[in-house]
Unconditional design. Structure first.
Length: 228
């Protein structure tokens, strides 16, 4: 094979590998990667000096009990087991050398022993989900009144008003565009506006186009100028 052709093939493969890395990186939210990495490091530290990649179901079950003793909540422990499953079955031991998928194995966290221990932890330490009190309209208006009368204050009032009226997450509102482009945008008419989302926490793969209405409040122009 000509040398120039060989170099071109290697260059193309390197470019494709970079694409593989980039697409894999966005397959999960950055916060998910961070929590998975933290859980894996905790497990590595717990297993030391034993190689964590050689861990048995008994090792994982002991780790779960250890995490309970450290005061971690049930949902955090369950999430940590999901992280272990991802590392063992998808990333593999080669991930540390930049070769994800090499030397994978069935995760010991999937063993019935570990699942049984987790069920026991949930029965003994499970707690009801504490739901936050809703933010009511008068509280929103007080927060809007507290903003300064400058460009930054105007931006903050708009964010507060729109986030509350459309019942959307702050991260979704932050990424909106005025124009019809990107992961989300605004559509205006005399009745208010519509938040259009192509991507959200429950729709990360653009399966549907979500639309959320935020009605105008012409009687309260300080808090809403839609339709004026």
């Amino acid at each position: 094979m000509p040398k120039d052709l060989t170099v071109a093939i290697i260059r193309d493969l390197a470019e494709l590998d970079r694409g593989v890395h980039d697409y894999r990186a966005i397959s999960r939210r950055p916060g998910t990667w961070e929590s998975y990495n933290l859980a894996w490091q905790r497990f590595v530290n717990f297993c030391a000096p034993k190689d964590a990649w050689k861990a048995t179901p008994e090792d994982v079950a002991r780790w779960c009990v250890y995490l309970v003793g450290k005061g971690l909540c049930v949902s955090t422990i369950a999430g940590s087991l999901s992280a272990l499953k991802f590392y063992f079955e998808q990333l593999g031991k080669g991930h540390a050398q930049g070769r994800s998928g090499v030397a994978t194995r069935k995760s010991p966290s999937s063993d019935e022993l570990v699942r049984g221990v987790l069920r026991g932890i949930k029965r003994r330490h499970g707690k009801p989900v504490v739901r936050k009190a809703p933010l009511l309209l008068d509280s929103v208006e007080k927060r809007m009144d507290a903003q300064r009368d400058d460009l930054k204050g105007l931006r903050n009032r708009a964010m507060l008003s729109l986030t509350w009226a459309s019942c959307r997450r702050a991260s979704e509102i932050y990424g909106l565009n005025v124009e019809h482009r990107g992961d989300g945008w605004l559509e205006f008419d005399e009745n208010g506006l519509v938040v259009v989302l192509r991507r959200s926490k429950s729709n990360q793969e653009n399966r549907i186009e979500e639309r959320y209405g935020a009605p105008a409040r012409p009687s309260a122009p300080r808090y809403c100028r839609c339709g004026l």
